[in-house]
Design a protein around this ligand. Structure first.
Ligand SMILES: [Zn+2]
Length: 560
């Protein structure tokens, strides 16, 4: 049946008259092509001229586009997908992770200390040692490291190590001393200095805003390092098969770095950048207007990123009811409604997109209410962009009655499949089983009639397209485990997962007419893989590699 369908599709394609038959720059043939275009989902060959796709169809028909100067790429059956987009990434953070001590995959406290000690031994006296990426969830026992653990391997050099989720860090005594943090230091707004229960001394763990007390003592990143981080981050992304990242928050200083690197042709990755607000970045964007499609449709800045709560792991996510494993807290909101409201109204009038980090069910309801009020206050006729495509980043824990509100208001939940397979190990204890009904509810959102762009949130997660695709379709950890409360029915189909990383992110960036499917007239962005992730057993998705990445019709990465 499937074969028949493919044959019928190919026949139909061959009947479509060719409008453009001047020679192409590149013809890809013998591909196992999935277009993500429902009207003609499969093909064998693609012809590209300059930055656009000029033909999609059979090998035989593609031959008409081969001229004397055409490069013909024989894909030998490799799987070709529309260029993958990471809908939520922190590009500089990914690059910095490559540059600083990367503690991802740390298996135990001893492992963490050994890795840090190796770095401390190389450091000059008094030099800071910084790292990030550890997570204690799978350690035995799964407890946070302390300042005293770190003091054993670094009594003199100040050390601060960020937890993978970015919402917590552990500092040693030397670092706390430099920052003047002791038992008398009050918690800052939106953060907590974790204390030893017996002595009342800070134990070294700093949550959310409290990390700033120590981090502001770390010498600032030089301009050179900031640039290097973007170069390293985009190189890694392109090698993994990402063709665009939607960079979830930052400043115009970063935008200037991107412009410089694009102008020098140093980076190829497309960047859809948001700047933080309310604050100076948002004000600048509202006053000066968006940047759309500069450097060959590579750079767009039209979005304000708001952060409305913390994270689940550090119990900073704002919940409607207290945490099941800490009855004295229900998390906290991190934005003040009175500062948010005028900005939302202004954004609608000026055609600026808003995306808001919301993890807990209280934060999600809060932001839906605020968005709804703004949309009512500024009706479509008074908006610069009638359909503003505002987004909620993460939308992790949503009270089930709030799920249909997204589709009703046209609010896009931008979600990260790997968060579910990481968090579901501790989410049952944080939330209790019943509250997991609306947690990481990808399929429920899709069924309610809204698109769900998929992302990685790297460097919070590893930031690999195959991990995200696997998590979305399997909803199991990389070893195949899933437990009580994991809600397997919220896994998505392969076809839906393909859209989560292609056409749906394009829609969420107002680029669905421009890219996101393999279709004539669209920008030639392709992600080419070593295996057919649309049909192979789920576990094999994790072993699949990107063999070629094409951006704007240019092969920017190729495994030879
Ligand atoms: Zn993020």
């Amino acid at each position: 049946m499937k074969l028949l369908l493919i044959a019928a599709t190919l026949l139909l394609l061959s009947l479509i008259p060719i409008q453009q038959s001047s020679p192409a720059d590149i013809v890809f043939k013998n591909g196992n092509v999935y277009t993500a275009n429902d009207k003609s989902p499969r093909a064998q060959a693609i012809a590209v001229k300059a930055d656009k796709i000029v033909f999609v169809g059979t090998n035989a028909m593609a031959q008409k586009f081969v001229g004397p100067n055409t490069r013909v790429v024989d894909l030998k059956g490799s799987t070709v997908l529309p260029g993958f987009t990471d809908s939520h990434q922190h590009l500089s953070g990914v690059g910095q992770r490559e540059m600083t001590l990367n503690l991802e995959g740390t298996t135990s406290l001893e492992d963490l200390l050994a890795k840090v000690k190796a770095r401390v031994d190389q450091a000059k006296p008094g030099e800071w040692v910084t790292g990030r990426g550890w997570i204690e969830t799978h350690w035995q026992p799964p407890v946070f490291p302390t300042r005293w653990d770190l003091d054993k391997i670094s009594p003199n050099n100040p050390v601060i190590l960020g937890r993978a989720d970015g919402h917590g860090a552990v500092a040693n005594s030397a670092a706390l001393k430099l920052a003047g943090v002791d038992k008398t230091t009050p918690n800052p707004f939106g953060g907590e200095i974790s204390k030893d229960k017996q002595s009342g001394e800070p134990n070294g763990m700093l949550l959310d805003a409290a990390q700033g007390l120590v981090r502001r003592r770390v010498p600032p990143t030089t301009a050179e390092d900031a640039e290097r981080a973007v170069v390293l981050g985009s190189k890694r992304d392109v090698e993994l098969g990402w063709t665009q990242v939607q960079d979830a928050g930052g400043s115009f200083a970063e935008v200037d770095i991107f412009k410089k690197l694009y102008a020098a042709n140093t980076i190829k990755l497309r960047i859809y950048k948001a700047v933080y607000g309310p604050g100076p970045g948002a004000t600048h964007l509202l006053n000066n207007g968006p940047i759309i499609g500069e450097f060959g449709n590579r750079l767009t800045v039209r979005t304000i990123k708001v952060v409305s709560d913390g994270a689940l792991g550090s119990r900073g996510a704002a919940l409607l009811e207290p945490y099941s494993d800490a009855h004295d807290t229900s998390g906290f909101l991190t934005v003040k409604a009175e500062e948010l409201r005028p900005m939302l109204v202004d954004a609608l009038k000026k055609g600026i997109q808003v995306e808001t980090h919301a993890i807990g069910d209280r934060a999600n309801r809060f932001i839906l209410d605020e968005y709804e009020a703004a949309l009512k206050a500024v009706p479509a006729g008074q908006r610069k962009v009638a359909e503003p495509r505002w987004r909620v980043e993460h939308a992790q824990i949503v009270d089930p009655p709030d799920i249909p509100r997204f589709a009703k208001l046209g609010i896009i939940p931008s979600m990260q499949p790997s968060h579910a397979i990481g968090d579901l190990f501790f989410a049952p204890s944080r939330l209790g089983i019943p509250r997991l009904a609306g947690a990481y509810a990808w399929e429920s959102f899709i069924k309610s009639g809204i698109v769900v762009p998929g992302g990685s949130d790297a460097p919070v997660e590893r930031g690999e397209p195959m991990i995200e695709f696997y998590a979305a379709v399997a909803r199991k950890d990389p070893k195949g485990f899933s437990g009580e409360g994991w809600h397997p029915e919220e896994a998505v189909t392969r076809e839906q997962a393909l859209k989560m990383f292609t056409i749906w992110p394009a829609y969420a960036a107002f680029e669905d007419k421009l890219r996101g499917t393999i279709e004539v007239g669209k920008l030639a962005d392709l992600t080419i893989l070593s295996a057919d992730i649309m049909t192979i057993p789920a576990a094999e998705i994790l072993n699949t590699r990107c063999v070629m990445t094409v951006i704007n019709g240019e092969i920017v990465h190729e495994v030879t």
